[in-house]
Design a protein around this ligand. Structure first.
Ligand code: SF4
Ligand code: SF4
Length: 409
C-alpha cells in the first residue's frame, strides 16, 4: 500500500494513493501506522481495506477498457481564428484570421449527433475570440436544438472568451441559454494591460472589468481563468484581485509555456510554488485555485484517474477546415489529427483509440513510478506529447495540492 497520512483539526486520515481512497483513522490505527504500535484489529481492518481497494482498481480498469469512453460528448467548434486582442503569449494573431462557415458547422454537428452513442452533448465555442462570430453562435445554438430533438440528445453550451466584446444582448443570450462561461483575464489592471492588450496596444482591463460586473448582475457565480507568465509571477496579488475586487466565484490558472514565452528559471518556479502554498492557507475557500481544488475533488470523490482528461476520448475539436483534433490545444497540430468531419465513423473512432494508446504509453514512460499517477492521471497529454516546458511545473503544482490537502474543507 502506498499511502499518505494527514492530520486536520485533531482528526486523522489515510489516503491510499493507488486506489485514491481517503479513510478516517482512530488513535489506535494512527499509532499503529506511525509509531509501529502493532494492533491485531488494525491489521484486520487493513486487510479488509486492501480487498476494497483491489475491487475498486479492477472496476476502474473495466471502465478504461470499455469502448464508450471514445464516443464524443464535447464538441469544440473553433469558430474563428480572429481575435481583437494581441496577448503576449498567444499564437492566434499570427495566423490568418479565418472563420468557420455555417455549412461546416451544420455538417460537424450532424456528423457527431447522428453517430455518437452519448446522450448528453456539450458544444463549446472556441477561438480566436468566438464572440466575434456571435451571429454564427446564435445560429449554431438554434440548429443544435433541432438536431437534439432529431437524435434525442440533451445539449449544454460552453464558451471560452476574452470578455471584451460582450454587450447586454450577448450577455442576455448566454445567460438565457445557460452557457458555462470561461472568461480569460490575467489579473489586476497592470498585468492584464501588459499581457492582454487590444490589437494596437490599448489596455483591455477596463472593458473586461465592466463586463464582469454586468455578468455578475445576472448570474451569481462566475469563474475566470488567468494565464501566468514568468514576467509577472504575482499569483497572490492576482487571486486577491479576482476575489476581493472583481468578486468572482473562483479562478484557475494556466502556465504560459515556452516557446511562446521565455523559459522559466528555477528561481521563478520557486516563487510561483511559494505563492501557491501561501494562497492555499487562506481561510476564504475562493482563494484556492480551481487547479488545486480540482485535485482535492478527485481525492474526495475517490476517483481513480488512469487518464487525465477528455482529449481523444469525449472531446473532439473541429478546426475551420473540418479537420478533427483531440482537444482545443492540439488544434492545427497535423501530427495529432484524428481525421475529418464526414469520414467513416469506425475509422474515426480507431484514430481516437490509437491516439489514446500513444498517450497511455507515453504516460507510463514519462511518469514512471510517480506515486500521484492515479490522482493526476499523467498530466496534460498536450504538454506530454509536445514536450511543453511547463510540464514539470504542472507536476509540482499537483504535488503541492496533494501535500497540502485540507480534508475538512
Ligand atoms: S505528477 Fe507528473 S509525474 Fe506524477 S503522475 Fe502526474 S504527470 Fe506524471
Ligand atoms: S490535452 Fe491538456 S489542454 Fe487538452 S483537454 Fe487535456 S488537459 Fe486540457
Amino acid at each position: 500500500m502506498k499511502y499518505k497520512l494527514y492530520q486536520n483539526n485533531k482528526r486523522k486520515y489515510l489516503l491510499d494513493l493507488d486506489s485514491v481512497t481517503l479513510v478516517e483513522l482512530d488513535e489506535i490505527a494512527y499509532s499503529h501506522l506511525t509509531e509501529n504500535k502493532k494492533n491485531k484489529d488494525v491489521e484486520k481492518d487493513i486487510k479488509t481495506l486492501k480487498n476494497i481497494i483491489n475491487k475498486k482498481i479492477k472496476e476502474s480498469e473495466k471502465f478504461y477498457n470499455s469502448d464508450i469512453i471514445f464516443e464524443p460528448s464535447n464538441i469544440i467548434l473553433n469558430i474563428t481564428k480572429a481575435c481583437n486582442l494581441e496577448c503576449i503569449y498567444c499564437y492566434a494573431h499570427k495566423e490568418k484570421p479565418e472563420s468557420m462557415n455555417m455549412k461546416l458547422i451544420k455538417e460537424s454537428l450532424e456528423y457527431i449527433f447522428s453517430n455518437t452513442k452519448k446522450k448528453k452533448i456539450t458544444i463549446t465555442f472556441f477561438g480566436g475570440e468566438p464572440l466575434l462570430e456571435f451571429k454564427k453562435i446564435k445560429e449554431s445554438v438554434a440548429l443544435s436544438k433541432k438536431l437534439g430533438k432529431k437524435y434525442n440528445k440533451k445539449i449544454g453550451y460552453s464558451i471560452t472568451t476574452n470578455g471584451t466584446i460582450m454587450d447586454k444582448e450577448i450577455i442576455d443570450f448566454l445567460i438565457k441559454e445557460n452557457f458555462s462561461l470561461t472568461l480569460s483575464i490575467d489579473g489586476c489592471e497592470y498585468i492584464q494591460n501588459f499581457q492582454r492588450p487590444f490589437v494596437g496596444g490599448k489596455g483591455s482591463y477596463e472593458k473586461i472589468a465592466e463586463n464582469i460586473e454586468l455578468i455578475l448582475e445576472k448570474r451569481k457565480k462566475l469563474n475566470v481563468r488567468a494565464t501566468v507568465t514568468n514576467q509577472k509571477i504575482e499569483i497572490k496579488k492576482i487571486a486577491e484581485h479576482f476575489i476581493k475586487e472583481l468578486n468572482v466565484g473562483g479562478y484557475s490558472f494556466a502556465i504560459a509555456s515556452y516557446p511562446y514565452t521565455k523559459k522559466w528559471t528555477e528561481k521563478e518556479k520557486k516563487k510561483l510554488y511559494k505563492e501557491v502554498e501561501e494562497i492555499i492557507e487562506e481561510k476564504d475557500k475562493r482563494f484556492i485555485p480551481l487547479n488545486i481544488s480540482g485535485v482535492w475533488e478527485t481525492i474526495k470523490k475517490g476517483e481513480i484517474k488512469k487518464y487525465p482528461c477528455g482529449a481523444g476520448l469525449g472531446i473532439v475539436s473541429i478546426d475551420i477546415d473540418g479537420k478533427i483534433y483531440p482537444c482545443q490545444r492540439f488544434t492545427g497540430e497535423k501530427d495529432y489529427e484524428l481525421g475529418e468531419v464526414g469520414m467513416q465513423w469506425e475509422e474515426f473512432i480507431n484514430y481516437k483509440k490509437e491516439f489514446y494508446k500513444k498517450v497511455v504509453k507515453k504516460i507510463e514512460e514519462d511518469c514512471g513510478l510517480c506515486e500521484l499517477r492515479n490522482i493526476c492521471g499523467g498530466g496534460c497529454p498536450y504538454e506530454l506529447l509536445t514536450k511543453s516546458k511547463s510540464r514539470s511545473i504542472s507536476c509540482n503544482l499537483t504535488k503541492i495540492g496533494v501535500e497540502k490537502l485540507k480534508v475538512g474543507r
